[in-house]
Design a binder for this molecule. Structure first.
Ligand code: CA
Length: 353
């Protein structure tokens, strides 16, 4: 009997200890790349903060700092590595200057569509490769939404042949810019705040930005009539980067809550992007009938594809892990694309008849 009461007392003290631990509030700091006014990307971190707060009954808080506060929209990955912030909301491919293979976790020219990219990430080895690459930086990465398919850009003049690209002053940063440069384009990376004026004054002849909802807010449709379909950023997956040590030190339930919340907010964002792009395009199509949706001629597309493959192969020769991811994505694409073509594309093509 005495043994039993000692045991009960022991259990009670354990329960008290567990309750005390449960009540502890953990606060993570998050630096985001996008200011609040950027369509849906700007508000996603706050939605994540509200979600984890509700799911954890107030035990997990996320304090979000916008670029107005931290002043380094493209420095957020480094700040999380250095431990100045615990989390960052950003896109991997902004950091290709530091580590080129990070591009694969956002999107690459002629790469996978959103559904294909997520299938590769979750079931085709992508998650393991992301852990390997980000692990070297002391980070854990999670996909947290996508802006969807990107358009090929706004052009003042129609592109009829490869010759029309020679010397064209085209604002297209990243890998897409490298590919265009191989075709003789003067690929520029004019800062976002200067784009409208640059296009208006002819400092640039064309501009690649994102998709209807983002492009519309920039006003490019008032200056350029040709809106080309995309090839350079077909998936545009966004990342939540975490300082690995910091989140591994969270209690297991809070870490699980954070991971489920990231996944939930990410899938909301995906449908938000579709909805917002559809609204924005309907607006442009109705109110700006001069805007024509165009596709690049076949010889241009073939040359772009060839240049994109060359650039990837050049990188693969320099970095074995880049090659490992490239091979993984190419093999996955070879498997998944026939299904995309026969399923969704086949359905849409049939409806066009
Ligand atoms: Ca873009």
């Amino acid at each position: 009997m005495r043994l039993l009461s000692t045991f009960v007392a022991f259990c009670l003290s354990l329960a008290t200890f567990a309750n005390a631990a449960d009540e502890k509030v953990y606060t993570l700091t998050l630096a985001t790349t996008w200011a609040e006014q950027v369509p849906f990307l700007g508000t996603a971190p706050a939605t994540l903060a509200q979600t984890v707060d509700a799911m954890s009954n107030g035990r997990l808080k996320i304090k979000v700092d916008s670029p107005n506060k931290h002043k380094a929209p493209f420095g957020v990955m480094d700040m999380v590595k250095a431990g100045q912030y615990d989390l960052a909301y950003t896109a991997s491919y902004y950091y290709k200057g530091k580590d080129y293979k990070l591009v694969f976790f956002t999107t690459v020219p002629f790469g996978m569509l959103i559904s294909e990219q997520y299938a590769w990430y979750n079931y085709g080895g992508g998650k393991e490769l992301a852990a390997k690459v980000y692990g070297e930086h002391g980070l854990t990465s999670y996909p947290m939404g996508t802006t969807g398919m990107q358009m090929g850009g706004w052009f003042k003049k129609e592109i009829k042949s490869l010759d029309d690209l020679k010397g064209l002053k085209f604002r297209i940063p990243g890998q897409g810019g490298e590919v265009m440069a191989k075709l003789g384009v003067n690929a520029m990376s004019t800062p976002p705040g200067e784009l409208y004026t640059a296009l208006e004054r002819g400092t640039i002849d064309a501009v690649e930005w994102i998709s209807p909802v983002f492009d519309f807010s920039m006003g490019f449709h008032k200056l350029a009539n040709y809106y080309y379909t995309g090839w350079q950023e077909p998936a545009s997956e966004i990342q939540l980067l975490a300082n690995k040590k910091k989140i591994d030190a969270l209690p297991a339930d809070l870490k699980a809550i954070l991971e489920v919340a990231i996944s939930h907010v990410g899938s909301q964002l995906m449908t938000q992007a579709t909805n917002a792009n559809a609204d924005a395009w309907a607006n442009i199509a109705t109110n700006f009938p001069n805007v024509k949706v165009q596709q690049f001629p076949t010889d241009v597309m073939k040359a772009l594809k060839k240049a994109a493959v060359e650039i990837e192969d050049e990188q693969a020769a320099k970095d074995p892990v880049f090659k490992e991811i490239l091979d993984s994505q190419r093999a996955y694409l070879a498997k998944v694309r026939p299904w995309t073509i026969m399923g969704e594309y086949g359905y849409l093509k049939q409806l066009e008849k």
